[in-house]
Design a protein around this ligand. Structure first.
Ligand code: NDP
Length: 273
């Protein structure tokens, strides 16, 4: 199974995203069931945010984790406009209530906003002392933001990264690898869109008797120190994503993929959705 080391913890290299969950009450139980199935299959890392469904996704996660909280590694994210010294603490407490837990394993600043980073970091450290979070990190930070943050306690950076969005490989990913800081890859299957229709991806998948999404996920986690967080509600998608934890692409597959999705040759601004 592909795994990643985060501080002293070994995590599955494929977890579960939750964006677009918690928006429709009629889908609530289906979403809860999908997350529980994923946890049963080894995708124990769950990524959510106060933004998703304006708290709705955290409620779905809270329900999914009832009775099995200790089996999961829980990641949530804070809106930048809440990231002041006091606002961070209050936002975290609201998230904890919705998640129905007393601690978040990893708490991230969703993207950079107006509040000084030192204030947010101070608040993160206070939350750690109080046991309300175990670790903290950031999201959508480019390399210059990481330098400005300049804090070795930062546990991860969650960014857009997939076969069709390889910009981070130019400098951010190598830097994270050098720091032994896992990079979390969001939109890893290109939101289920055009990426999965690519002819080469489909050919590799067919030859290996897997799906294009599984190839896309295996490719990501084979980069080293990368945790992919696909979101899936459809049970067949959940099963496929979990099975990708065991899929290994060979050098010939990787060469073919480099041919159609070439690695970056120069710096470009960090892509975001
Ligand atoms: P994804 O790349 O995970 O794509 C999700 C879509 O792909 C859904 O429509 C899903 O369908 C489909 N899908 C999932 N697995 C498969 C599969 N095996 N085969 C075919 N289709 C599949 O996009 P997201 O935008 O959801 O990104 C993943 C997660 O990253 C988010 O949910 C969120 O947690 C996080 N994120 C973080 C951001 C940030 O700024 N920090 C920004 C964006 C996302 P279905 O649901 O029907 O199964």
């Amino acid at each position: 199974m592909h795994t990643v080391q985060l501080a002293n913890q070994t995590l599955p290299a494929i977890g579960q995203g939750t964006w677009r969950m918690g928006e429709r009450p009629s889908e609530h139980q289906t979403e809860v069931n999908a997350l529980r199935l994923g946890i049963d299959l080894g995708m124990t890392l769950i990524d959510t945010a106060e933004m998703y469904g304006e708290g709705g996704a955290e409620q779905v996660v809270g329900d999914a984790l009832q009775g099995i909280r200790d089996q999961a590694y829980l990641v949530s994210k804070l809106y930048p406009h809440n990231a002041s010294r006091h606002g961070t603490i209050e936002a975290c407490e609201r998230s904890l209530r919705r998640l129905r837990t007393d601690t978040i394993d990893l708490y991230l600043l969703h993207w950079r906003g107006q509040h000084p980073l030192e204030e947010t970091v101070d608040a993160f450290e206070r939350l750690r002392e109080q046991g309300k979070i175990r670790r903290w990190g950031v999201s959508n930070f480019d390399l210059d933001d990481m330098h400005e943050l300049n804090n070795r306690a930062c546990a991860t950076n969650q960014v857009l990264y997939s076969l069709e969005q390889r910009g981070v490989e130019f400098d951010l990913l190598p830097w994270c690898q050098q720091q032994a800081m896992p990079l979390m890859a969001y939109c890893p299957v290109g939101q289920g869109g055009r990426l999965l229709q690519d002819v080469t991806l489909r050919q590799i998948a067919e030859r290996r008797d897997v799906t294009p999404a599984q190839v896309a996920l295996a490719w990501l986690v084979q980069q080293g120190g990368v945790i992919a967080i696909p979101k899936a509600v459809t049970p067949a998608h959940v099963r496929a994503n979990a099975a990708a934890l065991e899929l290994n692409l060979d050098a010939a597959d990787l060469r073919l993929l480099d041919g159609v999705f070439p690695p970056p040759t120069r710096k470009s601004p960090l892509a975001m959705v």
